[in-house]
Ligand binder design. Structure first.
Ligand code: NAD
Length: 486
């Protein structure tokens, strides 16, 4: 099984610094494992401090030219890159499958979604300006000029690297910053291919530098004195290290972190519409998504009916070879993830949770990969580990609630604040719940992805700052105020 033939598509794993490729680096080499088979795909060089220094220097050297390039030229380069992304969509999707074993049926959308974000942000590149402000008491002309930060360090996650590159590099580059990207060691290939496409599109060398590396490279990058801003997508634990590093030089940081998002299903919900997305939280990316609704909060009147539907849906899901179009769910990313997830599954019963389906690894032809059956627990107490801690795997926690106030309180009752979902046909309730959820993004009666035009980000331990829309552009610009006596 598993199209190892796709390995022929793997890009040159060398670091991209300016217009140079480094086949060896001082951080050693990383053996990448294909999660669907547990077999190695190859090794990639890892950046150490020396290469991080080189990459930041290349980005610094390119920064003045990129910042002063007329907006229409930055716009056109971003548009050209978006077209290349679409031309390469098939290869990029297949590389994404090798990267993290995401099912091809989902992976194939990644390049198009990323291209859309580059296009959207290209539209801002030629509209960056400032404002004229009235001042007193002296007669004066006062205006602001929105300027890029300079060099932005970007650490992208392994669960959706192509998608994340679009979401983050779209605004970072459109705003006129240069960038050093550290792709995840677990999923390096598609991002490395994107590096080649940036040069092919005609981006000046040094505007985009790509340096695969592990935690040491990440630490060196985020502690670097010549980095002007940091974007990090990843876990709260790593974010704390990054913030501590950044604090030494007061480098501003934008954080997109984890979540434990709740989907509130009210008695008046359209159950047929809901059923189509009932298990999205654990099926999409094998549950390895920051915004996945991994808690299902169901009102008492329909609780038993929903439980019955969940059991039926879970039992017919196609789990297996991620290169097969019929597969809806592949494996989780590595053995470490299996151990963590199965540990949480094993402990869930002790707090009173009732296993409805799943709860085990898959064997047979899938035994060598990191496959876990779609798992649903009912009657999960709101304070249980399964309801409070990010599993990052295909495990759904279902909890019963009685009143709207109680449901909202349970939804808000974690340290996270990334996304919230609500299923109801009562318009007033929909708006009330949307206002009451202490999260960055709310979806009512469905989910179709994150449009490039909307602000996206979290509250509390899900991070801060926003990507997407004009908010994403502003995140990577800072206004300079100019006052002129008249
Ligand atoms: P992680 O924090 O373990 O690692 C992320 C990256 O940080 C890796 O590239 C790693 O090499 C690097 N790193 C590790 N130690 C570092 C250090 N001390 N300094 C700098 N960099 C360091 O996260 P992960 O397991 O790769 O990703 C999963 C997490 O990311 C989950 O919590 C998930 O919810 C979150 N996530 C959030 C979003 C979002 O948009 N909010 C999107 C995807 C993933």
């Amino acid at each position: 099984m598993i199209a190892e033939a796709a390995l022929g598509l793997l890009p040159d794993p060398s670091l991209l610094i300016g217009d140079r490729r480094l086949a060896e680096a001082s951080g050693g080499r990383y053996e990448h494992i294909y999660a669907a088979t547990g077999r190695p795909t190859g090794t990639i060089p890892l950046a150490g401090e020396a290469e991080i220094d080189l990459a930041v220097a290349a980005a610094r050297a390119a920064a003045p030219g990129w910042a002063s390039l007329p907006g229409d030229q930055r716009r056109n380069l971003l548009l050209r890159f978006a077209s290349l992304l679409e031309q390469e969509a098939d290869t990029l999707a297949r590389l994404s499958v090798i990267d993290n074993s995401i099912a091809i049926g989902i992976a194939k959308y990644g390049p198009y979604v990323a291209a859309d974000s580059f296009r959207y942000n290209a539209g801002w590149a030629d509209k960056i300006g400032g404002e004229v402000i009235s001042t007193w008491p002296a007669a004066a002309l006062d205006y602001t000029h929105d300027e890029p930060y300079g060099v932005v360090a970007v650490i992208v996650p392994w669960n959706g690297p192509v998608y994340a590159m679009g979401m983050v590099l779209g605004p970072v580059l459109a705003a006129g910053n240069t960038v050093v990207v550290k792709p995840p060691e677990l999923a390096p290939y598609a991002v490395l291919r994107l590096g080649e496409l940036f040069l092919q599109a005609g981006f000046p060398p040094g505007v985009v530098n790509i340096v695969p590396g592990g935690p040491a490279a990440g630490a060196a990058l985020t502690a670097h004195p010549d980095v002007d801003k940091i974007h990090f997508t990843g876990s709260g634990h790593t974010a704390q290290h990054i913030l501590a590093n950044a604090a030494k030089r007061m480098t501003p940081v934008q954080l997109e972190l984890g979540g434990k998002s709740a989907s509130l299903v009210f008695d008046d919900a359209d159950l047929d519409a809901f059923s189509g997305q009932a298990l999205a939280g654990i099926v999409n990316n094998s549950g390895q998504g920051c915004i996945n609704p991994t808690r299902l909060l169901v009102q008492s009147g329909i609780y038993d009916a929903v439980i019955e539907r969940l059991r039926g849906i879970a039992d017919v899901l196609t789990v297996g070879d991620p290169t097969d179009e019929a597969t809806v769910m592949g494996p989780v990313v590595d053995q470490r993830a299996v151990t963590r997830i199965m540990g949480m599954v094993g402990r869930a019963g002790a707090c009173g949770a009732r296993l409805l389906t799943g709860g085990h690894r898959l064997g047979g032809a899938l035994a060598d990969g990191y496959f876990i059956a779609p798992t649903v627990f009912a009657d999960v107490p709101p304070d249980a580990e399964l309801a409070q801690t990010e599993v990052f795997g295909p495990v759904l926690a279902v909890t019963r609630f009685d009143t709207e106030e109680q449901g909202v309180a349970i939804a808000n009752g974690t340290v996270f604040g990334l996304a919230g979902y609500c299923w109801t046909q009562d318009l007033k309730r929909a708006h009330r719940v949307a206002r009451s959820l202490t999260v960055g993004n709310v979806w009512i009666n469905g989910f179709t992805g994150i449009p490039a035009s909307v602000p996206f980000g979290g509250n509390r331990q899900s991070g801060y700052g926003r990507l997407g829309g004009i908010h994403g552009i502003r995140e990577f610009l800072r206004p300079k105020n100019v006052w002129i006596a008249l």
